[in-house]
Design a protein around this ligand. Structure first.
Ligand SMILES: [Cu+2]
Length: 463
């Protein structure tokens, strides 16, 4: 549960009301609140309409509404926005109401919902309500169920939120461009009975991916697989907020995937169950424990667990290329190559050139000049040095002292004495590797005869 009090406090959590600027004006249209920053905004308890326990959108916000004769009215404005992906990098995206992704829409099962969609883009658009039961003409498929919403026009969608669960919204118009530019958002239909599926913390975010060349600001829209920015709600580590929870909290995290590839989402230190998809709640008898769940393209997975283990637990996509940022995608591995001074010289000609893994060293601590508006491949400082991550990575922070409903960052975990990996300082035994040293090795006749040299094609596609 989130109290109204908590809505207005907590480090790094600004109030929606304070940051929202009214864009209303047209008579009869509900306000279109605007968000001007990429912080995580914990929504207040619903001021009107039926009660529900709001979700917390990671580095995002929930869209305020108005009640009009029993109808819950929202106003989405499709428009060009500037999104900060992490401190040090901004992108020219398309989104809704000042941010990309758009705000989360929260309603209650049985609500009659009316959504006004104003198009301020230079081309037509529509909104498809992914997963919803609704009249066919409200499904938002340009050409098939409606004409596109022309620039400057406003369309009205109206339907009853029939099925409780988790949904997404995105255009079904010039989709390749509009989704590559970030047009998408989350939708949660809460159950009529707030006690049903109740949890202590309910986080939501979308998986998205962008291809923004270092030094530029606008994503390349025709990229199919070779993206260089893999994001949670259009933020990359270390720009993604952590997920603070109280030890013992029942936690739900809903993750929707609107990228072009699947993402195995992995949580450290706990087992979870997949309790929901965008098709609804999974039957309890169908659930099994996991620590990684694959979220395929166009899917949502809701995972649930009891956060009983205190600590700072990594929570990330398990594709290692998806936990790195823009710089250094197109570089050779040069373990063992002495390249002293070379990178610096090449850098003058090729600004985004860097050398991967010389002497087996990692790139986390590498100092290299960055072009304007981009991020190092991996970064983020932890209490013990560089975290060497980027992209789809954040931290679940489980704390005994975290107050109910408090989403402020508790800082780094203080490990109790004797519970941390430590350096061995005693003598090391001599290595014994070969058969002659007494070990057992494969008989010669079974060994493969052919030496294989593998040369990977250059480029980076297909991951
Ligand atoms: Cu991934």
């Amino acid at each position: 549960m989130i109290s109204r009090r908590n809505f207005f406090k907590g480090a790094g959590v600004a109030a929606v009301g304070a940051a929202a600027i009214s864009k209303a004006g047209a008579a009869g249209l509900p306000e279109a609140p605007m968000m001007n920053n990429a912080n995580t905004h914990v929504p207040p308890l619903p001021p009107n309409g039926r009660p529900f326990n709001p979700v917390v959108t990671l580095n995002g916000w929930s869209l305020p509404w108005r009640m009009n004769n029993g109808v819950k009215e929202f106003h989405l404005v499709a428009e060009a926005v500037v999104r900060e992906l992490a401190p040090g990098m901004k992108a020219n995206l398309w989104g809704y109401n000042g941010q990309s992704p758009g705000p989360t829409i929260e309603v209650v099962e049985g609500d009659r919902v009316r959504i006004f969609v104003t198009n301020k883009l230079p081309e037509h658009t529509s909104v498809h309500w992914h997963g919803q039961r609704l009249p066919n003409g409200m499904d938002g498929v340009t050409g098939l169920t409606q004409p596109g919403i022309a620039p400057g026009k406003t369309f009205v969608y109206e339907f009853v939120a029939q099925r409780p669960g988790t949904f997404m919204y995105h255009p079904h118009a010039d989709e390749m461009l509009q989704m590559a530019m970030g047009m998408m958002g989350f939708w949660v239909t809460h159950p009529k009975d707030p006690a049903l599926h109740a949890v202590d913390r309910d986080f939501v975010f979308l998986l998205n991916a962008y291809d923004v060349e270092p030094g530029s600001y606008t994503p390349k829209a025709n990229t199919m697989l070779d993206f260089n920015l893999w994001t949670f709600n259009s933020r990359v580590f270390p720009g993604i907020d952590s997920l603070p929870v109280r030890q013992g909290d029942k936690v739900r995290i809903r993750v929707g995937n609107l990228t072009m590839t699947n993402h195995p989402i992995h949580l450290h230190g706990h087992e979870f169950m997949v309790t929901g998809t965008d098709g609804g709640w999974t039957p309890p008898a169908s659930r099994w424990p996991e620590v990684t769940t694959d979220v395929a393209v166009g899917q949502m997975r809701a995972i649930e667990f009891v956060a009983d283990a205190p600590g700072d637990w990594a929570f990330h996509c398990h594709k290692s290329h998806h936990t790195m940022n823009a710089m250094g995608h197109n570089v050779p591995t040069m373990i063992g190559v002495d390249h002293r001074g070379v990178a610096e010289k090449i850098n003058k000609i090729v600004p985004d050139y860097m050398v991967m893994g010389d002497k087996g060293g990692s790139m986390g601590g590498m100092d290299m000049p960055l072009p304007e508006n981009t991020l190092p491949m991996m970064s983020g400082e932890g209490p013990f040095g560089g975290v060497e991550m980027g992209g789809m990575f954040t931290v679940l922070k489980v704390r005994k002292e975290q107050k109910r409903g408090d989403y402020s960052d508790p800082g780094w975990y203080q490990h109790p004495a004797g519970t941390q990996a430590y350096e061995w300082t005693g003598a090391l035994p001599e290595a014994k590797r070969s058969a002659s040293a007494g070990g057992q090795s494969m008989p010669v006749k079974n060994r493969p005869e052919v030496e294989v040299t593998v040369r990977k094609p250059s480029g980076h596609s297909g991951h």
